[in-house]
Design a protein around this ligand. Structure first.
Ligand code: G
Ligand code: G
Ligand code: MN
Ligand code: NA
Length: 248
């Protein structure tokens, strides 16, 4: 309960921030965008990661104003970057309840003056868990608008392939657990390579997460991934520290 009340106040007082992590285009050998990741700057507990407060926000419904704030902030920030640079924002399954998410996104894009093509929304399999028609309609409305949709944490759920059939995603993000292990384990390398091949067959992007060193970089490149993300390429950082990467 304390965390919940604190979080509500944090959102109101600007204590929730967005950090940005570069997403690297392996073909062009440069960052193509940034993923927005929430952080809560707590007066006593320091910087709290989203894994600790997003689940609380989802339970209480606070994820709705919190998620809308993050989307608006990310779109406004991205509008100051060079025109080719995209921004990725994570959406919670709770934000799809009620069927108004597409309108919320449209309003955020318009307020920021950001072209829809520069926004990517990351969703996990849990969003599509029940193959809910209303959720599919929202995703289709977003895609029709020109917004890109990425399937996040791919491989960690229960029925990944059925989600690829249910909706035409623009990108698959290969979970960092596979990427980390693929350097030493042939079976994990086979998985990364197969998912990259699957993405290529579908004509979509394969992004490797958790690229922590040069050995991971070489591996994901060889495995056919088209994008990479991880500490080796850049840690999540506040907007003010992005200058060198965005060219802004
Ligand atoms: O940055 P970190 O690795 O701590 O993020 C942990 C998790 O929090 C990730 O799964 C990420 O998708 C989620 N997360 C980060 N920012 C947001 C956000 O703005 N909205 C939602 N719904 N989840 C977020
Ligand atoms: O679930 P999602 O993919 O949205 O979460 C991304 C999370 O992974 C972020 O919280 C980010 O801080 C974290 N992350 C990003 N790159 C790396 C990495 O190279 N290694 C590890 N361990 N975590 C990473
Ligand atoms: Mn993500
Ligand atoms: Na992920």
């Amino acid at each position: 309960v304390a965390l919940q009340a604190d979080l509500r106040e944090a959102l109101a007082t600007g204590a929730v921030e967005l950090h940005y992590q570069p997403i690297f285009d392996l073909r062009q050998n440069r960052p193509s965008g940034f993923e927005a990741l929430m952080r809560w700057r707590h007066p006593r507990r320091g910087l709290i990661p989203p894994a600790e407060f997003v689940p609380v926000a989802e339970e209480t419904g606070l994820i709705l104003p919190l998620g809308e704030w993050a989307l608006r902030r990310a779109c406004a920030d991205a509008a100051t970057w060079p025109a080719g640079m995209k921004v990725s924002v994570n959406l919670s399954p709770v934000q799809f309840v009620g069927g108004e998410v597409a309108q919320m996104v449209r309003a955020a894009l318009e307020a920021a003056g950001l072209a829809p093509e520069r926004l990517e929304l990351e969703i996990t399999e849990s969003v599509l868990l029940h193959h809910n028609e209303a959720v599919l309609a929202s995703l289709q409305a977003l895609r029709a608008m020109g917004v890109r949709i990425a399937l996040d944490d791919f491989g960690t759920g229960y029925a990944s392939l059925s989600y690829l059939r249910a909706f035409p995603f623009d990108k698959i993000k290969i979970d960092q657990s596979f990427v980390r292990d693929a350097v030493a384990r042939p079976d994990c390398l086979a998985i990364v390579r197969s998912v990259a091949g699957l993405a290529a067959e579908l004509g979509i992007t394969a992004t490797a997460e958790g690229v922590e060193g040069p050995e991971h970089m070489a591996m994901v490149h060889g495995a056919g991934c088209t994008e990479a993300q991880g500490y080796h390429l850049g840690r999540p950082a506040p907007l003010a520290e992005l200058g060198r990467l965005t060219g802004a």
